[in-house]
Structure formats: structure tokens, C-alpha cells
Design a protein around this ligand. Structure first.
Ligand code: NDP
Length: 327
């Protein structure tokens, strides 16, 4: 038997809670992993609360991320005892996920735990942090360098935002952090933000073009915020868009793209090819200060997951949440 969060949906309604499951209920897969740590991302919040159509079959063990140790493997790349990490691939949506003490997955979905990170640190990064790195890589691939000017991060006190601020600052960028939580200004400065922007100045309907302010941006918010960010890019600016915390809509005009040559780079983490995942994890090992990870991480046990998932969707969780599935 192993402990897990289980989401059920039936005549009694949509509900999630900690339960004990028999190992023979694990789904098909060629690698069985003893999970050490998992985490809570925005998508996990949607899955656990039922506020978004994330879960595609029931009952479901949520958790789009896991870090753990291989227990048994029929996959040629993995042996018992190997430390592994999984991000995405529909795990926690269509296939039982990481918010459990055991998981059975496809070996092709796994990557080796990246040195020097511990399993807990890998989950402090999780999909949110790995996506922040994919966004940084998207900026770089489009020619952004620290000399080009200030880079804006929206949803800065959240998971993607916090890691993006820390990585960009370490790479030498001047970072403007947009947040709706002025009380987190000191926290964001401790991660390396040079300027704090009130998110209210970006979240309402705006004009097709605004004063040129930023050379690049990482946006995890979407909706009017993303439209206003595009409108305020400098000539040739680049925006990496990965999220929808404000909304999935994009009420914008083409003006920034056709008049200022702005590039909008979409970033997906879930189905990223393996080589790009490995590149992102390698860059995180190089460009993310492990000491900053401690600053941005809260640790909880399985019993607290359902409560904290609700707080995360309300924008009340700072940085990243690591779940010790064995505590
Ligand atoms: P978090 O909840 O940790 O962070 C989201 C942040 O967005 C909040 O902390 C808050 O920041 C801000 N925010 C929340 N609500 C609003 C609002 N109504 N208007 C403006 N800003 C708001 O989530 P994550 O960092 O885990 O994920 C962020 C987004 O990125 C999500 O939409 C998620 O689905 C998406 N994502 C996408 C991935 C991909 O593959 N494309 C992978 C990972 C995440 P503050 O308080 O500082 O204003």
C-alpha cells in the first residue's frame, strides 16, 4: 500500500483527499518510482480543486512533477536506485502522477536528477521553474542579452515568476518584477529584482501601443497583462508567454508586432522534446543560485496539499511549494 492524493468525480461530486492505495492499482508503465518529493504548480491547483478541466480521467492521482528513486525498471536507460525527475507529459492529468509515494510511468518521460540538485531542490524548481528556464532560453534564442535593456517578469511572486526573476538576475539582467502583492517587494528584491511594478498598471484594458519600456518579458499571466506587455515592448523586443493566471484571452492588436518588430514566443513545457528538457535542467544547474531556491520554497506534507492548492489558485502562495510525500 502507498499514500496518495486521489481525485474522484462521481454522483457524490468532485473531491480530492489523502488515501491509501494498493500497488496493483498503479497504471501501466515500464518504470516504478519511489517518490521522494513532489510539488504544487498552478495546474495541480486546478486539478485538485476542479476549477479547471485538467484531469481527463477519474479516479486520478494528481501531480505533474515528481522526483524519486527507481524501484523497478524494464527501460534500458534506468536501473533500480537511479534518481530521476519527471515534469509533464500529461502525468497528473491523464496518467497517475507524483502526489503519491509511488508512481509507475514511461521511462521515456523521465530525466536523470540533475547535479547538484537534491530531489527536494529539483521539486522546488519543478515544472514552474523548468518553464521559467525555457522562457529564458526562448529570450536568448531570439537575441536578448542583458545589454539590450530591462526585462519584465509578470506574476513575479508566483512559481514561474520567482524562478524567472532569480535566473535573470544571476545572468546579469536588470529585472522589473510585476506583482499584485506589494508586501512581497523585499522578497522579490532578495531574488534579484531591481524594480517592482504594481500589476494593476498592466492588468486593465490598454492601448494598441504604449511607451516603449522593456527589452524583453516573461509572462505567466496572459489576458490584458500580456497585451499591455506586448504594447510596451521596445523596438525589436521579445516576450516569452507561458501562462494564464489572469486569463486565457489575449485582447491585443497586431501593432507591436508589425510596427515595432516585437516577437511573441510561446512556451510549452509539457510535451517539450527530451533534448530541450535536458538543456533547460543543465542551464538551471548553472544559472540558478541554490541559496535563492531556499528563499522561494515552502515545504508541506501530503495532508496539507488540498488546502494549499486552493490558496495557490487564489494567488496567496509565494514562490514554490515542495511536497514531502513521506511526511
Ligand atoms: P502561481 O500561482 O505560483 O503564480 C501565478 C502568479 O500570477 C501569482 O502568484 C500572481 O503573482 C499572478 N496572478 C494570479 N492571479 C492573477 C490575476 N488575476 N491577474 C494578474 N496576475 C495574477 O502559478 P505558477 O507560477 O505555477 O504558474 C503560472 C502560470 O504559468 C499558470 O497560468 C500556469 O498554468 C502557467 N504555466 C504554464 C506552463 C507551460 O508549459 N506553458 C508550465 C508552468 C506554468 P503576483 O502575486 O506576484 O501578482
Amino acid at each position: 500500500m502507498f499514500k496518495a492524493i486521489l481525485i474522484e468525480k462521481d454522483d457524490a461530486g468532485y473531491r480530492a483527499g489523502v488515501t491509501e492505495l494498493a500497488e496493483d492499482r498503479l497504471p501501466a508503465g515500464d518504470v516504478t518510482v519511489r517518490v521522494d518529493y513532489s510539488t504544487l504548480n498552478y495546474k495541480d491547483g486546478l486539478a485538485i480543486t476542479g476549477k479547471g478541466p485538467v484531469v481527463r480521467s477519474f479516479p486520478m492521482v494528481p501531480g505533474i512533477d515528481l522526483a524519486g528513486t527507481v524501484e523497478t525498471s524494464a527501460h534500458p536507460a534506468y536501473q533500480p536506485g537511479d534518481q530521476v525527475v519527471l515534469n509533464g507529459w500529461g502525468v497528473g492529468e491523464t496518467h497517475w502522477g507524483g502526489l503519491a509515494q509511488k508512481a509507475r510511468v514511461k521511462g521515456d518521460w523521465l530525466v536523470p536528477l540533475q547535479a547538484p540538485f537534491t530531489p527536494a531542490q529539483a521539486m522546488a524548481i519543478g515544472t514552474a521553474g523548468y518553464t521559467a528556464m525555457l522562457c529564458v532560453l526562448a529570450l536568448e534564442k531570439n537575441g536578448v542579452t542583458p545589454e539590450k535593456g530591462e526585462v519584465l517578469v509578470t506574476g513575479a511572486a508566483g512559481g514561474v515568476g520567482s524562478v524567472a526573476v532569480a535566473v535573470l538576475a544571476k545572468l546579469g539582467y536588470c529585472v522589473a518584477a510585476s506583482t499584485g502583492r506589494p508586501q512581497e517587494a523585499e522578497y522579490l528584491k532578495s531574488l534579484g529584482a531591481a524594480e517592482i511594478i504594481d500589476r494593476a498598471s498592466l492588468s486593465g484594458p490598454g492601448k494598441p501601443l504604449a511607451k516603449e519600456r522593456w527589452a524583453a518579458a516573461i509572462d505567466s499571466v496572459g489576458s490584458h497583462t500580456l497585451a499591455n506587455v506586448c504594447a510596451a515592448m521596445r523596438y525589436g523586443g521579445v516576450v516569452a508567454a507561458c501562462g494564464l493566471a489572469q486569463g486565457m484571452d489575449f485582447p491585443a492588436s497586431v501593432a507591436p508586432f508589425i510596427l515595432r518588430g516585437v516577437t511573441l514566443a510561446g512556451v510549452d513545457s509539457v510535451y517539450r522534446p527530451r533534448d530541450q528538457r535536458l538543456e533547460a535542467w543543465k542551464r538551471l544547474a548553472h544559472d540558478l543560485d541554490v541559496s535563492k531556491l531556499d528563499v522561494l520554497t515552502t515545504r508541506i506534507g501530503l495532508e496539507q496539499v488540498v488546502e494549499i492548492a486552493g490558496q495557490l489558485l487564489d494567488g496567496r502562495v509565494r514562490g514554490r511549494v515542495v511536497v514531502d510525500v513521506n511526511s
